[in-house]
Design a binder for this molecule. Structure first.
Ligand code: 5GP
Length: 346
């Protein structure tokens, strides 16, 4: 018989962080740098664990250069050619590779490209294995194969939304599991397939499962403002990945469009018609497109957005009395709310 989970599951919009007594004098005192030792690769990561998504409109080389200079992380999208990777590797300092991962799907072609690029660029030390549905057995097998071939590379893998599958991916060789099905700004999975899990609860539950095994989690999707990013960290995310918040900048991909004297940039989901036509020539008959294509107002240099984002996270830490980002989940108490903001002037 079909069953129903009656306990409510929550999204970022359903909660606020409760303020707490604090000895911090200013948000500038807050340290956002985290250091993690990954369970399987044994590598140490040091940086601000805010991540640009591996969408081709977001996870570009240009984005990586700018974010790495700010100590943020970029998962580079999987559509760069082997030659483009070689050129990138030859023209960048080795330090940048502490802040990027190469992305890959799980097809034979993906495997060939991944192994070729990793062999050609020994400084590349992190891999992001990305599929829409991280619950399939072939995905778990692929993680095992990548772990065997690259024992010392850090592996990010996803996406899933439940604790038992987080554990399975970590045991198969993932270091950090990506969490999120359906929360994305240009994702239509919840409408097309009726599948998903409210993101705040998914992060809370998956972080608990991962941390029990000394693994890590990356909250992926659903952050609509810096406050949501702070809530994801508060819920236990070790990394927070975003697409929409990094889209529309100089460093993002996507065509620049001018209309009535205003500038816009194209932004689309990686399983949208636009992406499928661009990368595969057409939409495969057996699958529905599960992503939107939109134009968003051009937002200039991503450095300004980074300042705004980090300012918001620092502010959340100050309000909750966390001196470091590391303390935020320990200090976080979420209040369920029926209204986020005063709507009078919106
Ligand atoms: P955002 O930060 O924009 O809310 O979410 C970004 C995330 O949405 C990506 O990192 C990825 O996990 C997910 N995503 C990107 N494109 C698509 C798509 O076409 N369909 C679905 N279901 N998810 C997508």
């Amino acid at each position: 018989m079909p069953s129903i989970i009656n306990e409510p599951k929550l999204d970022f919009k359903d909660v606020l962080l409760r303020p707490k007594r604090s000895t911090l004098k200013s948000r500038s005192e807050v340290d956002l740098t985290r250091e993690y030792v990954f369970r399987n690769s044994k590598r140490t990561y040091t940086g601000i664990p805010v991540v640009a998504s591996n969408m081709d409109t977001v996870g570009t080389f240009e984005m990586a250069d700018t974010l790495a200079a700010n100590s943020l992380f970029t998962t580079i999208h999987k559509h760069y050619s082997i030659d483009q990777w070689k050129e990138y590797g030859a023209s960048r300092p080795e330090s940048i590779f502490d802040h990027i991962a190469i992305s890959s799907g799980i097809s034979d072609n993906d495997w060939t490209k991944l192994t070729t690029v990793c062999d050609a660029l020994p400084q590349l030390n992190a891999i992001c294995l990305d599929v829409a549905n991280g619950y399939s057995e072939v995905f778990v097998d692929f993680i095992r194969k990548v772990r065997e071939q690259f024992p010392q590379h850090t592996i990010f893998a996803g996406n899933v939304v439940t604790g038992e599958m987080v554990e399975e991916l970590i045991i198969a060789g993932a270091d950090c599991v990506k969490v999120g099905i359906g929360p994305g700004s240009v994702c239509t999975t919840r409408k097309k397939a009726g599948v998903g899990y409210p993101q705040l609860s998914a992060v809370l539950e998956c972080a608990d499962a991962a941390h029990g095994l000394n693994g890590h989690v990356m909250s992926d999707g659903g952050c609509t403002n810096p406050g949501d990013v702070a809530k994801a960290f508060g819920a236990g995310a070790d990394f927070v990945m975003m697409g929409g918040l990094f889209a529309g900048h100089d460093q993002s991909g996507g065509d620049l469009i001018e209309k009535d004297g205003r500038k816009y940039k194209l932004f689309y989901g990686m399983s949208s018609d636009t992406a499928m036509k661009k990368h595969h020539g057409s939409v495969a008959e057996y699958r529905a497109s599960e992503g939107k294509t939109i134009t968003i107002p051009y937002r200039g240099d991503v450095n300004d957005t980074v300042l705004d984002l980090l300012g918001g996270i620092r502010s959340a830490c100050t309000y909750t009395g966390a001196r470091k980002l590391k303390e935020l989940p320990k200090r976080a108490t979420f209040i369920r709310v029926t209204q986020q903001t005063n709507e009078m002037y919106t």
